[in-house]
Design a protein around this ligand. Structure first.
Ligand code: GLU
Length: 411
C-alpha cells in the first residue's frame, strides 16, 4: 500500500459511515491538479544540477489550496498526493476557509548550502508562480523548509505579481510573518496532549512521554510538555534516540541541537537508544513528530504507550491503526493533532490581507481556542458514532468538503 492508498483507506472508513456514493468518493479523492516541474540549479561549484519538484492541489471547494512544501530526498508524487489530501481534511476539520495542497522537491537540504537552497527555491517559484497566489494556493513550510525559505518564495513571487505577503505563510517575523507561527504546531500538539491527559484524569507529573523527531514540531512539543510538568523520558531524531527515566532536560537538549547543526548526535545527558526502541518504550504517551509510516504492521503490536498523538503527518499505517485499536490504544489523528501549524498560518494570512498585526498573546489564545473547539467536535462525534478519533475527524472533514462541493453545483 503506498502513501496515497493509505490516506484513502482512512477516507473510505469515514465515507462508509457517511454513506457517500462511489462517484462522489472518486471526485473527493482525486487531486484537482498535479504539477511536476524541473528545477535546474547552478551549484556553488559551478555545476548544473536538476531537481524534480511537485505541487499537488487536492481540493479547493472550501477555499484556496493550502499546505506545506517539503524538501526531502524521498519526496515523490505519491507522497505529495497523500499529504495534499491530508491537508484537505485537516483544514476542513479545523473549519479554516482553505482547501488542501502540498508541494515538495526531491532533495536532501542538508547537502546544499544556504545559497544553493535559495537558488533552488527561487527557480521552483519561477516554475509554479502561475498556479499559486494569496487567493489560489498558499504554501508554507514542512519538513526540510523553514521561515527563510518562505521569505525567498514571497520575494520571488512578488517579482512577478507585485507585493504579495499573503502568498506564503510562516514567514520570518521580520518579513511579514507572525510571532507564534513557528511554535504553533508543537503548541497545538501540547495543548491537545494536556486536554487528553486531563480527560483521562492523569497528572502530568506522572505521565511519561516519548517524542520521536526533534525538529520544529518535536522541540516545541517537548518544551511545552516539560514546562507543563510532563515527564519527557525520551527524545530522538535521525541520529537516534535518547532515554532518561527521570525525564530529560528539554532546555538542555534544545541548546544542544542549536549548537550542533540541528542534530542530537553526541547528546550525553540521556542514554542512547535506537529509534525502534524509542517507539516501543514503556511510556504513557508516544508522539511521533518526524517522518510518516514509522508505526506499521511490523511494530504496532509492540507499542506500549496507551495514547499516540500524531504530530507528524501519516506516522501510523492503516494496518497498524487496526492493531492499535484492537489493543485499546487511543490515537489522536494527524489531521487534528498537528493542525496548529496550518491554523496559525490562517491567522498570519488574515493579518497579511488586512495589513494588521496581532500580539503573541492573541495568537496563542485564538490558536488554543480553535484547537480545543475542533477537539471537542471530534471527541463528541467519536462517542456519538462509536468510531475512533481518526474516523470521527475524517467524518467531520469529509462532510464539510462534500457539502461545499455540492453547494458549488457539483454532485
Ligand atoms: N506543513 C504543515 C502541515 O502539514 C503546515 C501547512 C500550512 O501551514 O499551510 O500542516
Amino acid at each position: 500500500m503506498n502513501a496515497f492508498e493509505a490516506t484513502n483507506s482512512y477516507f473510505h472508513q469515514a465515507a462508509d459511515r457517511l454513506e457517500i456514493s462511489a462517484a462522489m468518493r472518486t471526485l473527493l479523492i482525486t487531486a484537482k491538479r498535479e504539477l511536476r516541474v524541473e528545477v535546474p540549479v547552478e551549484m556553488d561549484n559551478g555545476e548544473l544540477h536538476t531537481f524534480i519538484g511537485y505541487r499537488v492541489q487536492h481540493d479547493n471547494a472550501r477555499g484556496p489550496y493550502k499546505g506545506g512544501l517539503r524538501y526531502h530526498q524521498e519526496v515523490d508524487i505519491d507522497e505529495v498526493r497523500a499529504l495534499a489530501s491530508l491537508m484537505t481534511w485537516k483544514t476542513a476539520v479545523m473549519d479554516l476557509p482553505f482547501g488542501g495542497a502540498k508541494g515538495g522537491i526531491a532533495v536532501n537540504p542538508r547537502q546544499l548550502s544556504r545559497r544553493e537552497l535559495e537558488r533552488l527555491t527561487r527557480v521552483f517559484v519561477d516554475q509554479i508562480h502561475d498556479v499559486i497566489g494569496p487567493d489560489k494556493d498558499i504554501p508554507a513550510p514542512d519538513m526540510g523548509t523553514d521561515a527563510e525559505v518562505m521569505a525567498w518564495m514571497m520575494s520571488q513571487y512578488s517579482k512577478y505579481h507585485g507585493f504579495s505577503p499573503g502568498v506564503v505563510t510562516s514567514k520570518p517575523v521580520e518579513y511579514y510573518g507572525m510571532p507564534g507561527r513557528e511554535e504553533a504546531t508543537g503548541r497545538g500538539v501540547g495543548v491537545l496532549t494536556m486536554k487528553m491527559t486531563g480527560r483521562a484524569g492523569r497528572k502530568p507529573s506522572l505521565t511519561r512521554v516519548a517524542v520521536q523527531g526533534f525538529g520544529n514540531v518535536g522541540t516545541h512539543t517537548a518544551k511545552l510538555l516539560s514546562e507543563a510538568e510532563f515527564r519527557v523520558v525520551a527524545i530522538g531524531d535521525a541520529s537516534g534516540g535518547f532515554h532518561r527515566a527521570d525525564g530529560i532536560d528539554i532546555g538542555a537538549a534544545i541548546r544542544y541541537v542549536n549548537a550542533h547543526d540541528h542534530s542530537l548526535a553526541g547528546f550525553t545527558e540521556a542514554d542512547p537508544i535506537t529509534n525502534e526502541q524509542l517507539l516501543e518504550l514503556d511510556v504513557d504517551i508516544l508522539i511521533p513528530a518526524a517522518l510518516g509510516a514509522v508505526i506499521h504492521a511490523g511494530n504496532a503490536a509492540k507499542i506500549r504507550a496507551r495514547t499516540i498523538i500524531e504530530a507528524a503527518n501519516a506516522p501510523v499505517l492503516p494496518e497498524a491503526d487496526r492493531i492499535l485499536e484492537a489493543q485499546g490504544v487511543t490515537v489522536l489523528p494527524d489531521i487534528l493533532a498537528n493542525a496548529g501549524g496550518v491554523s496559525a498560518s490562517y491567522f498570519e494570512w488574515v493579518q497579511n490581507r488586512q495589513h494588521y498585526r496581532w500580539s503573541l498573546d492573541r495568537v496563542r489564545q485564538e490558536l488554543d481556542a480553535l484547537m480545543l473547539r475542533a477537539f471537542d467536535q471530534v471527541w463528541d462525534t467519536a462517542r456519538e458514532h462509536h468510531v475512533s478519533l481518526r474516523v470521527a475527524a475524517f467524518m467531520i472533514g469529509i462532510r464539510r468538503v462534500h457539502r461545499a462541493t455540492q453547494l458549488s453545483g457539483i454532485g
